[in-house]
Design a protein around this ligand. Structure first.
Ligand code: BES
Ligand code: MN
Ligand code: MN
Length: 457
């Protein structure tokens, strides 16, 4: 393993330069204008995988963006690690809030600034470089397969089909994913849970055309006002969600586990200061750490209607809309929650408006066990590279395919992420620490080493 680490040291600068090239490709999966660039990123990756000595490198087309697949069989008696990552990124909007262009990466204060720097190109690339280092030095203690998708940020709709049709080739002992965060650079952690997601769009329609708000206002139901009232009623004064049945299946976390999770280092004053808010707001009876991990939530992600141009226009809009997402916890089923939402939302509409609810993508929550050698190997690898044992921590984010991996492939996932919650993923000025990038490249070969050892004994 020392040779692998030496190789990483020697090639540090080149690894970074390559990542910057990768970040220059605007692989925005949500926007069809960038379809060619998403493909370009897939081609760039596959060329890189071929160059480092991976075998059977393939760009697998899907109905949407392609999946990049490759493998390296070292010895049939070795365990097999399947690496997953996504090379697509979120749209960079709002552009004017970026201090430097999102697809022209710069290094500032020891951080790489670019869309995708952390989520997930930077983290995906740590695996490519770790695998390169193991192949180049001939110290590869596991067989490895990689699958990198280009549709994670739009719901991974075609990945399920790929998993089914490639099921035999994807056989593995464990799936390794770096697409989550650690608590802090001096507080390593391993993600042991992800929330699920139910995402809906609602449209409230009143009169058949926009009206003069002086002539008709006060007499005709205003869809914008009504939408706001309806949304407001979805939480009560304790910030509980009011949809009947919403909490029925929510997993009750034991007092012991809650106590444990609240021992993780967290400074609420600093948290507020970083966000520039005077106070926090959330479900009564739960701490911030609990509200963002073991409790379900509902957030408006976008809301519009009526006149939003310059100046004032006195109009009573015909329609108003919102995008609303609910984060779900273990045992809540996304389809069931979507139906509960839809039925309830329609039932609370006054007869002066019509309501349409359109479901978008959803996803199942996931919890990963800590009493497996898959997890223990990750814990030892982080302890080796950070000099400190990692804490298990549940995350508030969602990676819906983790549940699919278990259902379709029957393989458990280890969430070995290296980002920080403050890396501004999905936001302007997304960044990734050089420390985190290199720490990831250092840790992954240790994972291979410990996993192979533990699997043998
Ligand atoms: N990498 C994130 C998920 C994440 C972020 C997990 C931080 C833990 C900590 C992933 O790319 C993502 O953004 N997921 C989406 C859901 C997806 C279906 C669009 C999310 O969580 O909103
Ligand atoms: Mn991601
Ligand atoms: Mn993301």
């Amino acid at each position: 393993m020392q040779e692998v680490q030496n190789y990483i040291q020697t090639n540090q600068q080149r690894f970074l330069d390559e990542l910057l090239d990768f970040l220059r490709i605007p692989s925005i999966s949500a926007d069809t204008k960038y379809k060619g660039d998403v493909l370009k990123a897939a081609e760039w990756l596959s060329a890189e995988l071929t160059r480092i000595g991976m075998e059977g490198v393939e760009i697998v087309p899907t109905k949407g963006h392609p999946i990049v697949y490759a493998e390296k069989q070292v010895d049939p008696s070795y365990p097999t690690i399947l690496i997953y990552g996504h090379y697509d990124v979120q749209p960079p909007d709002p552009l004017d809030l970026w201090h430097s262009p999102p697809f022209e990466p710069v290094i500032k204060n020891e951080k790489i600034y670019a869309r995708g720097a952390c989520d997930d190109k930077g983290q995906l690339y740590m695996h490519v470089k770790a695998v390169e280092s193991m192949i180049a030095t001939g110290e590869m203690p596991c067989n490895v397969k990689v699958m990198f998708e280009g549709e994670e940020e739009v719901g991974s709709e075609n990945l399920g089909h790929f998993l089914k049709s490639y099921k035999d080739r994807l056989s593995a002992d464990v799936i390794l994913v770096s697409d989550t965060s650690i608590i802090a650079n001096d507080v390593p952690s391993i993600t042991t849970g992800l929330r699920g997601l139910s995402y809906v769009e609602v449209e409230v329609t009143g009169p058949n055309i926009d009206l003069h708000s002086g002539v008709y206002g006060g007499a005709v139901g205003n869809p914008a006002n009504i939408l706001c009232t309806m949304i407001a009623s979805l939480h009560d004064e304790n910030r509980h969600i009011t949809i009947p049945g919403f909490y029925d299946d929510v997993e009750i976390v034991s007092d012991e586990e809650r106590k444990q999770m609240n021992m993780a280092p967290f400074n609420e004053e600093e948290y507020k200061k970083d966000l520039d808010v005077k106070d926090l707001m959330g479900e009564k009876g739960y701490t911030t750490l609990e509200r963002t991990s073991i409790r379900p939530t509902m957030e408006v992600n976008g809301i519009w209607g009526g006149y939003i141009g310059e100046g004032a226009k006195t109009v009573l809009p015909s329609k108003a809309s919102a995008k609303i997402s609910m984060r779900l916890v273990p045992n809540q089923d996304p389809d069931k929650i979507t139906k509960l939402f839809s039925d309830h939302f329609k039932s609370i509409a006054p007869p002066s408006v019509k309501v349409k609810v359109t479901p978008h993508h959803g996803g199942q929550p996931a919890v990963t066990p800590t009493d497996t050698i898959e997890y223990q190997a990750a814990s030892k690898a982080m302890e080796k590279s950070f000099g400190k044992a990692p804490l298990p921590q549940r995350s508030g984010g969602s990676i819906p395919i983790v549940a699919l991996f278990e259902q379709v492939l029957g393989v458990k996932t280890v969430l070995l992420g290296f980002g920080l919650d403050s890396d501004a993923i999905h936001s302007p000025n997304e960044h990734y620490g050089l420390f985190n990038f290199y720490k990831g490249i250092e840790t992954i070969p240790y994972y291979f080493m410990y996993y192979a050892e533990m699997k043998k004994s």
